[in-house]
Design a protein around this ligand. Structure first.
Ligand code: GTR
Length: 326
């Protein structure tokens, strides 16, 4: 009886799935490195829900979470070719591809999350979104990512001196490699999915990320010291393949863009709640959190990073406009 019941249930589920996908003329395949339930994953699902409602079920979104479609750098390439339609990624891995994304990946460029929102919600954000287009992507919206801080398995980092000679994983971008050199540490750029085992086996001493990533990746289980130096506030971006975009009518393109924009407030709410919950979970697990940290020397050490990376007039102008944004 039990077997029959579960068989019937799975048949029903399959039928529901088939009729749902049959009803959609277009199903946009979306990638995310984070697990189900993570704010970015839920935000793209929300975007899909809005889009489906507004197109009477013609356009749907299917989110492949947990790096099912690959690590960010690889999925970015696949998105260009239209193998993946939508992709939610950090702007870090885009730095070597879309010059404008570099300005929001500079250490301490934003005064805080509110400042970042003001900048990204305004004309500078629009300019950065538009900058993706010549590279084969359509920039749709920015999501939150809090601020990134250092964590490691060796000792509490209380000053720059403590970072001396440490092997620290960074996202694959030259800016972050230079940021670590400026702090006297050794940067190891590597995909997100390799960080846990690399810390565990001692290939690296630690990495850097926000509370929700530190928690959801389980990195806190292998790196017991978290220092709130908040060196980076790098927004996330939701992009669409230009190839997939061009296959839509102008009306449908507008609907996609609007649904993405409308998912932003939902994302921010989810983010705030998750930040708190992740911090609580990590603290309860016994991670030592270093909050008393003088950020001034960290900021001062970044001059060389700005000198090396903010070279074109375009980037210089963007940085000074970001700084002037109240
Ligand atoms: C997270 C971000 C991911 C990914 C990851 C990383 O904060 O949400 O998109 O970039 O960091 O460090 O690779």
């Amino acid at each position: 009886m039990k077997v029959l019941k579960s068989l019937a249930a799975s048949l029903l589920a399959t039928a529901a799935l088939t009729s749902a996908s049959l009803a959609c003329d277009v199903t946009l395949k979306s990638s995310d490195t984070h697990p189900d339930g993570y704010p970015t994953v839920e935000a793209v699902k929300q975007m899909g829900k809005l889009l489906e409602e507004r197109t009477d079920g013609r356009i749907c979104v299917e989110v492949f979470h947990s790096a099912q479609l690959g690590e960010e750098k690889d999925t970015i390439e696949q998105t260009k070719f239209g193998v993946i339609d939508l992709n939610r990624v950090s702007m870090g891995p885009f730095n070597n591809l879309v010059e404008e994304t570099k300005v929001v990946s500079l250490p301490y460029v934003f005064k805080g999350v509110d400042h970042m929102h003001k900048v990204m919600d305004g004309p500078i954000g629009d300019e950065i979104l538009a900058a993706f287009e010549p590279h084969g992507y359509v920039g749709l919206a920015f999501y939150d990512s809090g601020s990134r801080s250092f964590y490691n398995k060796v000792k509490p980092i209380k000053s720059i001196e403590d970072l001396e000679g440490m092997k620290v994983r960074v996202m694959q971008s030259d800016i972050f490699v230079d940021m670590m050199s400026a702090l006297g540490a050794n940067a190891t750029p590597m995909p997100y999915g390799e960080v846990y085992s690399s810390i565990q086996t001692g290939v690296i001493d630690g990495a850097e990320n926000n509370w929700p990533s530190f928690e959801s990746s389980g990195h806190y289980e292998v790196a017991g010291y978290y220092t709130l130096d908040e060196h980076l506030i790098v927004p996330e971006v939701l992009i669409m393949s230009k190839k997939s975009w061009d296959a839509l009518s102008p009306e449908d393109q507008a609907a996609v863009r609007q649904a993405a924009r409308d998912s932003v407030p939902f994302m921010r709410e989810q983010w705030q709640a998750r930040e708190k919950a992740s911090e609580e979970k990590v603290r309860a697990a016994g991670v030592e959190v270093i909050t008393e940290i003088d950020k001034e020397p960290f900021m001062a050490a970044m001059d060389s990073v700005y000198e090396k990376h903010v070279t074109s007039d375009k980037l210089k102008d963007l940085v000074s406009r970001i700084r002037a944004t109240e």
